[in-house]
Design a protein around this ligand. Sequence first.
Ligand SMILES: C[S@@+](CC[C@H](N)C(=O)[O-])C[C@H]1O[C@@H](n2cnc3c(N)ncnc32)[C@H](O)[C@@H]1O
Length: 272
Amino acid sequence: MHLRENVTYIEPFVGGGAVLFWILQSYPNIKRTIINDINSELICTYRVIQKRVNDLIEHLDSIQKQYLLLDVEERKNYFLEKRSLFNSKACSDVEMAALFIFLNRTCFNGLYRVNSKGEFNVPHGKYSNPKICDKDNLLAVSNLLQNVEILCGDFSLTEAFAGENVIYYLDPPYKPISETSSFTAYAKTGFNDDEQMRLRDFCMRIADKGSVFIASNSDPIEESGVSFFDYIYNKFYIKRVSATRFVNANPCNRGCVSEIMISNIVNAYERL
Ligand SMILES: C[S@@+](CC[C@H](N)C(=O)[O-])C[C@H]1O[C@@H](n2cnc3c(N)ncnc32)[C@H](O)[C@@H]1O
């Protein structure tokens, strides 16, 4: 499947946008690109990068100058103050986006995790010289985002665009592969097995409307020996791929892990 010029590309769980930015650079003439995420602070950051990148750079540069002058203890206190301000949401969009990037660059392992109240709760990470304001990268990202439509909400919002010549890449929070590996708290609502099945139903509907979808997920095998995703996606094609993971609470689960790619067309991944 070559991404022709008349194709619409949709990413309903955009997160950090690894695939999005690859697509935008590899297929600059794509007709329409739509991204979405339920995380309103993340989407605010994308919108600020798209429309007000110079104001953002000015703000981040000032935060970086202040932070790098501090000693270890002062940096931790500064981080905690900014984290509280971020969680209070009592600031402008540009300030919110700057805080989002600052916290991502200075928190433990660059994780994003929230508690049941939806508050960002990742602790301070001790990096000696973090690049908080990467001006060239922000300008390049802003340039790539100029024609991207940015939505904020549940993935189901993007069903309205399903049809012929529409490709969805879905990278939802993964199903934990074990009790201890649980990490689906990107949002206070979480993403449990019912949500995975709601997503499967969504995939069936967009496929019925003529869209192509590719979804990634973990590859958990239940105690019964049955694979959850082979079972719930039995009408579609599943390919197992080996992926490298650097972030995991359990060091044994870092490195190469098996993941699955699900699609309604055969060998979709090789044809991209
Ligand atoms: C696995 S991450 C996506 C990673 C992304 N592909 C990347 O390259 O960084 C999952 C994303 O889904 C978002 N999310 C969780 N529940 C959602 C929902 N119901 N609707 C839309 N987005 C959701 C999270 O905020 C998170 O950004």
